[in-house]
Design a protein around this ligand. Structure first.
Ligand code: AR6
Length: 234
């Protein structure tokens, strides 16, 4: 049996156990019994899907920025999330984080839907990041569509109160109204919208393969995201 098949067989019998097998980090971090109190930022890999940013280069930027910020976080954690076990960016980042000996309690990768991390995966995250579009509007696919749809109309209203648009490399922190299902069910208190660099010619502000600029904007985007998270947990 392949791993995936074993997982799906087990999933019928013991859902909880499966979550641990899929995401061993959760088992270890939950063992201390206090994980629910640990401020945690879950973030998707900015720009690497719809915006077509190179995975190898993006993983270098993620590791560079995570290394810089894990030491500033106190007891807070950073978690890079993607939907599938086949995620290229998750494997690249996981391997590089291990190479650099980044503390796995402070930073780890997690397979799951960012809108269902607690109910679907047992991972409590009080803050989630969104790979947004410049208009800060719902839809468009990817993680943006998923977050706006799961959070309900309250997120769109709260976002519009904070900002109308974003430049690439920037972010905006939006406190989630308690009426949002993401707040109630998942325990999310803030969404941080971040706009990464775009390499997709069919989207606005395309950098047409200029990775010098692209990496600079991606660094700026993660800096802005992690600073935003710090300002929430401080
Ligand atoms: N949970 C966790 N990760 C996800 C989810 C999810 N529900 N959905 C996607 N990902 P993308 P970008 C991962 O395309 O490249 C939108 O249309 C995905 O596998 O969402 O920055 C916006 O409106 C990938 O690893 O963002 C923008 O216009 C990562 O999230 C544009 O796409 C980012 O993929 C932004 O493109």
């Amino acid at each position: 049996l392949e791993g995936q098949e074993i997982t799906s067989l087990l999933s019928d019998a013991a859902g909880e156990e499966v979550k641990r097998i899929e995401n061993p980090e959760v088992a270890s971090v939950n063992q201390n019994g206090s994980s629910s109190d640990v401020p945690t930022l879950a973030f998707p890999s900015l720009s690497t899907s719809d915006f077509q940013f190179n995975n190898e280069k993006a993983s270098d930027v993620i590791i560079e920025k995570v290394e810089e910020y894990v030491n500033k976080l106190g007891n807070a954690r950073l978690v890079l999330v993607d939907l599938t076990h086949g995620s290229k960016i998750l494997s690249l980042v996981r391997a590089k984080a291990a190479q650099k000996h980044i503390n796995p309690k402070m930073f780890f990768t997690f397979v799951g839907d960012i809108t269902r991390l607690y109910t679907g995966g047992g991972l409590r995250c009080n803050v989630i990041a969104n790979a947004a579009n410049w208009r800060l509007k719902p839809g468009g696919g990817g993680v943006n569509a998923a977050i706006f749809s799961a959070a309900g109309p309250a997120l769109e209203v709260a976002t519009a109160e904070r900002a109308k648009s974003l430049y690439p490399g920037n972010s905006v922190i939006v406190p989630l109204p308690s009426t949002s299902p993401l707040c109630d069910g998942e325990g999310v208190t803030h969404v941080i919208h971040v706009l990464g660099p775009n390499m997709n010619p069919r989207r606005p502000n395309c950098l047409h393969g200029d990775y010098v600029k692209g990496c600079e904007i991606l660094r700026k985007a993660y800096t802005s995201l992690f600073e935003g998270f710090l300002s929430i947990v401080r």
